[in-house]
Ligand binder design. Structure first.
Ligand code: ADP
Ligand code: MG
Length: 586
């Protein structure tokens, strides 16, 4: 091999390593956590610039031909570590864009605009990072001790790059394959529901932004240390699209897919088109068109990518006979009333969905909530759980005022809801749906995930035991490894009930949980819910089927047109003309 050929191969390998590290960060954000970061490239840029100004000497050292901030001339590996930190830190403030209530499109556009503006700023404000010309003569790592031009040095650089890429792979895999990773995927599938199960969306989104930002930053440092220059043209927003193409084509949600995509798209595709000759500029432009087409074709024909996200199978069941697997509920010595709405109202624009509602739910009851469509039942439940803020009024829970408490905090206190509309995590298996709700799992935090399987395996096994027990009681054990999105409507309702029970609720809010469930099974579940109430749980249940109310619920609250109309046993309510009228007319 000629030395030109060797250099070419080294070049390819280093670019592959850089792209793999970046794609892994994006795969974690987009594929696993569902955060569409259209500004991803700015974190690579931040890392590259940080590495550059940490390793460059003062401006005057090179005759002052380029101007930039800093110039600290620090030894390797400080610039690379600094780059990873910078990438993570720069990412942190974007948490406000993705927010707790993700408007995915809003966040994506916001990040895209930020990327464009950042590029314009760096391009046009020369004193910052030398403007459009960018930084050059960036020292290679350890260039005082070794000769960066030598083949030996370059091979070593390649090895270090690929080792870091492998480390990045192990890191994101460790996070993704933990209970925390499962929570990230649950958030991706349905963030409102994850919130209602006690997941802190803001902190999870911040974590994936910082982790991805740090990986992007590191990739930028490796690149700038190799090519020794860095200019705004290297990180136009379109570069983010290339990385997205890689992740989508490789397989979003599968880190091996991200590695494959990084090799196929930024490296392979751009290399292949390099040999196509045409009018200057045209081939470059056509490359963008081709990458755009490639994304469209994949989204159309194979949206899961070449290597789809793999199904996580449940661990084989460890049969532990005759043991109570439902964790005992902590008895609370406070007031009889466990949940209370006091003068609660809710407006949607000019529509008053709930008006001045005051109700009390007593411990150990299976309280029913009925009323015609549009009466405000779901809205009331959402305000009780914290999914919707109240327009006015107070929510009391276990003797405290929780009106201002976000849903995930209420869920952690044991106030758990289900949703009227299908809300299973579609791309999680039934078992994973159940496990995702378990509170206080040691592996359900970034720190716990990083500490590794040994740290959280015990919690996970105990949770799986509880889940198997529930699956058996609800007759769904055979579906443990089925994607929840592939179940029938009735089965999904059951998954949601089981999942809520896995969250160890003290007060459970069920919004039409038995709609579409076979009457015979519905009856069994009613019995089961009564049994839970006898053990100390409290349930507030919206249900259309009056037969269910007759059999299981006492007391029953009737709502109509946003107000509470009446409360009592079903027998009492049936005797009241205005209740019958409101319910039957509505
Ligand atoms: P129910 O559950 O008793 O059928 P809802 O609480 O779903 O009733 O709805 C009560 C009223 O509030 C209805 O008039 C409905 O159209 C309105 N509503 C509910 N959610 C929204 C929303 N997100 N935006 C606007 N209007 C809403
Ligand atoms: Mg409803």
């Amino acid at each position: 091999m000629s030395s030109a050929q060797v250099f070419y191969i080294i070049n390819l390998l280093i670019y592959a390593g850089v792209d793999i590290i970046a794609c892994l960060g994006l795969s974690q954000q987009f594929g696993v956590a569902g955060v569409t970061n259209f500004g991803f490239i700015i974190f690579q840029a931040a890392g590259a610039y940080t590495a550059a100004i940490l390793s460059l000497p003062r401006q005057s050292a090179n005759g002052g031909f380029q101007s930039y901030i800093g110039g600290w001339n620090l030894p390797f590996p400080v610039p690379w570590i600094g780059a990873a930190i910078a990438g993570g830190l720069v990412a942190l403030p974007f948490t406000f864009l993705v927010g707790r209530r993700l408007r995915g499109d809003f966040a994506a556009v916001g990040l895209l605009i930020t990327a464009v503006m950042a590029n314009l700023l760096v391009t046009n404000y020369r004193p910052f990072l030398n403007g459009a010309a960018g930084l050059s003569l960036v020292p290679a790592p350890l260039q005082g001790e070794y000769n960066p031009q030598s083949q030996g040095y370059q091979w070593d650089y390649t090895v270090v790059t690929l080792v870091l890429a492998a480390a990045a792979f192990l890191l994101v895999r460790r996070v993704t394959e933990s209970p925390y990773g499962r929570s990230l995927r649950a958030m991706r599938d349905n963030d409102l529901v994850a919130d209602s199960l006690g997941k802190n969306l803001l902190s999870m989104r911040a974590a994936v932004l910082v982790l991805g930002g740090a990986l992007a930053g590191l990739s930028g440092a490796i690149l700038v240390g190799f090519i020794n220059l860095w200019a705004p043209s290297a990180w136009g927003y379109a570069e983010t699209i290339v990385l997205f193409a890689a992740v989508i084509i490789g397989g979003a949600g599968n880190h091996r897919g991200a590695v494959l995509g990084a090799i196929l798209v930024p490296v392979g595709f751009e290399e292949a088109t390099r040999y196509i000759h045409g009018p200057p500029g045209l081939v470059d432009d056509l490359q963008w068109v081709a990458i755009g087409l490639l994304i469209v074709v994949f989204l159309w024909l194979r949206p899961q990518g070449v290597l789809p996200e793999r199904r996580r199978l449940a661990a084989p069941r460890i049969d532990i006979t005759e043991r109570s697997v439902v964790a005992p509920l902590v008895p609370t010595a406070q007031a009889e009333v466990v949940l209370r709405a006091a003068g609660v109202s809710r407006d949607f624009g000019s529509v008053r969905a709930v008006e001045d509602v005051s109700i009390e739910v007593r411990r150990g009851t299976l309280t029913g909530l009925i009323g015609p469509n549009g009466a405000g039942k779901s809205t009331l439940l959402a305000m009780l759980a914290g999914t919707l803020p109240v327009t006015s009024g107070q929510i009391g829970y276990l003797g405290g005022d929780v009106t201002g408490l976000p849903a995930f905090r209420r869920a952690r206190l044991g106030l758990v809801r289900t949703f009227q509309l299908a809300s299973e995590f579609k791309r999680l298996t039934v078992m994973e749906n159940l496990l995702s709700a378990v509170p206080r799992n040691r592996g359900d935090s970034l720190r716990g995930a990083l500490l590794g399987r040994r740290y959280w395996r015990g919690d996970e096994t105990a949770a799986a035991e509880r889940a198997w027990k529930l699956l058996e009681q609800f007759g769904l054990a055979a579906y443990a490894d089925t994607y929840a999105g592939d179940l029938s409507g009735g089965q999904r309702r059951l998954v949601e009930i089981m999942r809520a029970l896995m969250a160890e609720p003290r007060v459970l809010l069920l919004d039409e949980p038995l709609a579409g469930v076979h009457p015979h099974l519905a009856h069994q579940i009613g019995e089961r819910l009564l049994g839970l109430c006898a053990e100390g749980m409290t349930i507030l249940m919206v249900e259309h089927e009056l037969a269910i109310m007759d059999e299981f619920c006492d007391p029953v609250i009737v709502m109509a047109e946003g107000r509470v109309l009446a409360e009592g046993t079903m027998a009492e309510l049936r005797a009241r003309a205005e209740v019958v009228e409101a319910y039957l007319v509505g």
